[in-house]
Design a protein around this ligand. Structure first.
Ligand code: ZN
Length: 201
């Protein structure tokens, strides 16, 4: 794992420096918030290329990573050649975001609401999409769940939503009045593996 606050040469990428990746990140952020509220917004950080790389290829001046709001990232840099095609750039950013979330927060994201499997970003018919391997027989073709940037919040139970709202609005005294409203939203069988605690470190 890398921490841009501990890595002296890392810098935050300013808006507009890499417009294709910047726009892709906004879409990926939407999907992150849809399934993991409180984790975004993600940002782009850049590290200078190693000196020996610069000698070979003048074009590679720095590497760009997808980082958490606190500056940590995990995994590979965004492939510069992917920027030529927005759909591929979007899939690249989605994949990098996924690696960062998994490597830094130990959370599988995004999860298919139907099959409860971690999905993977890819490009299909010229569009960046989230694919799930579930459905049909084992080893079957799987299915496309949503375009990247188009994930809904379909599977959070009412009880979970209420818990999130409560966490967000803890300072709001009006919340106490909502206690008796719709209190049988969940049946308790939905704990799953969401909300794993932060790794120590
Ligand atoms: Zn699925």
């Amino acid at each position: 794992m890398h921490d841009s606050f501990d890595t002296p040469h890392a810098r935050t990428v300013e808006p507009g420096e890499y417009p294709v990746w910047g726009e892709a990140l906004a879409l990926v952020d939407h999907d992150l918030v849809a399934h993991l509220p409180d984790r975004g917004p993600l940002r782009l950080v850049a590290m200078p290329a190693w000196p020996e790389e610069g000698a070979d290829d003048e074009q590679v001046t720095e590497h760009v990573y997808v980082a958490l709001p606190d500056g940590r990232w995990h995994g590979n840099d965004l492939p510069p050649e992917g920027r030529a095609v927005p759909a591929f750039a979007l899939a690249d950013v989605a994949e990098a975001a996924q690696e960062t979330v998994l490597g830094c927060l130990w959370q599988v994201w995004p999860v298919c609401p139907e099959h409860r499997l971690g999905m993977h970003a890819g490009v299909e018919d010229g569009q960046a999409v989230w694919r799930c391997a579930g459905g049909g027989d084992e080893g079957g073709p799987g299915h496309v769940q949503a375009p990247v940037g188009g994930l809904a919040e379909p599977y959070r139970s009412r009880a979970e939503r209420r818990k999130l709202r409560r966490r967000k609005g803890e300072n709001n005294p009006n919340n106490q009045n909502n206690r008796n409203v719709g209190s049988n939203g969940g049946n308790g069988g939905d704990g799953g593996n969401a909300g794993k605690p932060h790794p120590e470190g």
